[in-house]
Design a protein around this ligand. Sequence first.
Ligand SMILES: *Cc1c(COP(=O)(O)O)cnc(C)c1O
Length: 361
Amino acid sequence: MRVFNFNGGPAALPLPVLREVQEEFLDWHGTGMSIVENSHRAKEVAAMATEAQNLLLELLGLSSEQWAVAFCQGGASLQFAMVPLNFAPQGTVCDYIDTGLWSSKAFQEAKICGSGARFAASSKDADYTFIPSQYDYSEKPQYVYLTSNNTVRGTQWPSFPTGAPGPLVADVSSEFLSRPLDLTDFGLIFAGAQKNVAPAGLTIAVIRRSFAITGQTGLPHMLDYRTFIDNDSMYNTPPVFAIYVAGLVFKWLKNTVGGLKAMEAKNKAKAALLYSAIDNSGGFYSGTAQVGSRSPMNVTFRLSDSSLEKPFQEEAKKEGLVGLGGHRSVGGLRASLYNALDLDAVEALTGFMAEFKRKKG
Ligand SMILES: *Cc1c(COP(=O)(O)O)cnc(C)c1O
């Protein structure tokens, strides 16, 4: 039996995509072998990866003349180092906006890489419950870095800063393709695929070409974005299976869901249902993020009696609702409502929450 999967990542993938993978697994596209047995140099595989890239740019509304896609590995965590290595060499300055665990980690990596990284804003003093709206920028930062959706704290940027003194760079891992993004002021976005797009092992960077060419030269090949761009992400063996699943998810988003605007509407409806269940529980449940900064993707909440949080998860699991524990760094509860979850999952969860409150409240 399939459960309702609220995991933070790796996370739920669309059922029609999983079925398609299963159906064509043993004989992929008439090659007489599975996708994971094919050479990445096979023309069918190259065509599949190119199609995935094109679909992704189409979904994002970006032209391939201005933007490039890099299928990287090493997780979002390697991007934390690749971004400063490529774009903030020693002797320069880059600005970070600190909204929680992942932006702090990115900042630390920039320091290790020798970049002149500094914080232009932080919500640390408020326990990362909100997205800052005032920034103390450097005069000429190489870039301004932010985490668009904070998986751990359940916050999301409702819109992005305008008029920053450098190109924006964002870690969009836990909201990738959940809503349209206005990338006018961006140089680069990246996402670990395992939150919303594909199995782990693939990290997708979308880079403005005019920004990419400003990058440092002389880096090891696998740390240089240009290696990926110039070789269509086939310089070495890419994570073929994850790219293939990502491509199917892109198709699902385009053809079944109807694009990112339609996806956003669904995600908003899901989040509204869960937040209203939390807000209307008379304090039995409470959200941890400030209302204006709430994430539709990762809904973080607590029970007024925190000793009930473990039984909550255990009983939910018996009802087929899994993955409701908060990130290990903060505890509490978290329901991740990624693209693949339908409204029925949230209805099941809010039904369970009402019943749990009736029994224990
Ligand atoms: C999960 C996550 C990461 C870490 O991703 P890895 O692929 O495991 O390195 C980084 N940033 C955000 C926002 C995340 O949600």
